[in-house]
Design a protein around this ligand. Structure first.
Ligand code: AMP
Length: 544
């Protein structure tokens, strides 16, 4: 027997329509290229998203066709999030930090029909345009008088394009499983692969973000998205914010510590989301300028995700910013969120050290995400916080395959996706990543967590950033090498660093050597690029 409830598909357009009725006056603040901050409301976004939809229909865009963007976080990108997906096309956000050849590959593979771009990418667009086979026109996200002097076929001005169209549009109704947006993985091995999100998966994921044990997002929040709208839909925040009426603060291209700090102060940001590398820049700014974030800001929660949150960073947010850290884990294939670290009642009065121990974990699964850890033979391991194994996941906002069937079958016979991460899960359900399977250091038949060593190394006050890689060893198979970047003007010796590590990790985990470098390589999404680092140290040998 079927239930007797109204059968309404979960569509992204319905989120926008809700925002228009429930919180039309809530603001979206966007930092523009000239440094000014543009303010508009959900009502404005709604009207302009409808103009976008009308313009796309007039251009002949068909349902399911891909519309590419090369853009920072800003209100025009937000209009595209709703206008493109709402009218039934697929918003394909491209990461502009990738190499031009990768961008060409991605846009061609997705067969993007139009490409909308921010002016800072005008030269990049001119460079790649001749090789983008499917793109019919390139649309600059600007006013007429700002149009770039570049030579690309069918160059159009976004403001002109939408100005001629009505701000009234009846959103089409279709199957909620219809594709809404896509994002390619960074492609650290092989070509990037497309992950195709659906209206249903995006809405379920957003609902989970709004829960108290998610990000606890609400109309009381002013949310700063440092996480880019060109990577996994800015962790789903544009939809979730529109759903609950949170104010959005979009920082554009200015992600340096000073720009973020002033935006947080001026836009009264309560929740900020980003990867550890951007928070490192923010905290350095606060340190060097001797700022007082606990009194100057009203920051309440900081989400750290995309890479393991360093303990010292969490400590600084908790003590100097008076903000609670929500450590979160996920991946492009998971929309992206799988776990968020929120406390249980038993942690309520925990001392700082215990809070930091908890925050080192990536958290408990959101409803909708099933996870388990298995050994190399696929047998499930106990949830005792000690056994570590490959982390597998399953759920309605997790990819079932890549776009175009690339990479073949990605789920096992029971529908589990191998995340490529190694983790423990404790009796309360808190998951902790110990490493990427390909980064873990295999020493004498045991595993050493590079993440734990890096975390310990950055707790030294002179260390800005650290990476640990395995180096071949004649006796132990591999031994850890610590590679560090020191803060400007600070010094530390190998012995200083090893002394700090000694108090935090098992003796046999201690790196066999320490190398000092000017900078560490990062991926286009801000993660340490260990493959490149291993290449850099290919000829390195430990002195025995
Ligand atoms: P991507 O799909 O590019 O976002 O990368 C996903 C991968 O980033 C995951 O499989 C993890 O290896 C890593 N990752 C994401 N969040 C965290 C976190 N909080 N701690 C450790 N690793 C993380």
């Amino acid at each position: 027997m079927l239930g007797l409830m109204q059968d309404q598909p979960l569509l992204i357009s319905s989120v926008l329509e809700h925002a228009l009725k429930a919180h039309p006056h809530t603001e979206i603040a966007s930092r523009m290229a000239d440094g000014s901050v543009h303010h508009c409301t959900y009502a404005d976004i709604g009207e302009r998203a409808k103009q976008v939809a009308n313009a796309l229909v007039a251009l002949g865009v068909q349902p399911g066709e891909r519309i590419g963007t090369l853009a920072w976080n800003g209100y025009r990108h937000m209009e595209l999030y709703f206008g493109v997906s709402g009218m039934g096309a697929v918003l394909h956000t491209i990461n502009p930090r990738l190499f031009p050849e990768q961008i060409e590959f991605i846009a061609n593979h997705a067969e993007d029909q139009y490409l909308l771009f921010d002016l800072s990418f005008a030269e990049l667009v001119e460079q790649i345009a001749p090789r983008l086979k499917s793109v019919k026109a390139f649309i600059a996200l600007c006013e007429r008088e700002q149009m770039p002097a570049i030579d690309v076929p069918g160059l159009m001005c976004y403001e002109d394009l939408i100005a001629g169209h009505s701000n009234d549009f009846i959103w089409p109704e279709f199957d909620e499983r219809t594709a809404s947006s896509m994002c390619y993985t960074s492609g650290t091995t092989g070509n990037p692969k497309g992950v195709l999100y659906s209206h249903r998966s995006s809405i379920l994921h957003s609902l989970a973000l709004c829960t108290s044990d998610g990000f606890g997002l609400s109309a009381a929040d002013s949310a700063l998205l440092v996480v880019p709208m060109f990577h996994v839909n800015a962790w789903g925040m544009p939809y979730a914010a529109a759903m609950c009426g949170a104010k959005l603060v979009l920082p554009g291209a200015a992600l340096d510590g000073e720009s973020l700090y002033t935006l947080m102060r001026d836009e009264q940001v309560t929740l900020a989301l980003g990867v550890p590398t951007v928070w490192m820049m923010l905290q350095q700014h606060v340190e060097t300028q001797a700022l007082q974030p606990a009194t100057e800001l009203c920051l309440n929660r900081v989400v750290i995700g995309g890479a393991a949150a360093p303990r010292i960073q969490v400590d600084t947010f908790e003590t100097r910013f008076n903000a609670r850290v929500l450590h979160a884990w996920g991946m492009t294939e998971m929309s992206p969120l799988g776990t968020i670290c929120n406390p249980l009642p038993k942690h309520r009065d925990a001392p700082l050290e215990a809070v930091l121990d908890l925050q080192a974990k990536q958290g408990r699964a959101l409803f909708g995400v099933s996870m388990k850890i298995v050994d190399e033979q696929g047998a499930e391991l106990p949830r005792d916080g000690k056994a570590s194994g490959l982390l597998l996941v399953k759920g309605p906002w997790i990819a079932s395959q890549y776009y175009g069937g690339e990479g073949g079958q990605i789920l096992d016979s029971e529908g589990w996706l191998d995340t490529g991460d190694i983790a423990t899960i404790d009796t309360d359900g808190y998951m902790q990543i110990t490493d990427r399977a390909k980064d873990v250091i295999k020493s004498g038949g045991e595993w050493i967590s590079s993440i734990d060593l890096e975390n310990a190394a950055v707790s030294h006050p002179a260390v800005a950033e650290a990476a640990v890689i395995g180096i071949a060893h004649p006796k132990w198979q591999e031994r850890p090498l610590l590679v560090v970047v020191l803060k400007p003007g600070r010094t530390a010796s190998k012995d200083d660093l090893l002394t700090v590590l000694q108090s935090r990790v098992a003796k046999w985990w201690l790196p066999d050597d320490v190398a000092f470098v000017e900078a560490l390589p990062h991926t286009a999404t801000g993660k340490l690029q260990k493959m490149k680092l291993r290449e850099q140290f290919r000829d390195f040998r430990f002195q025995t």
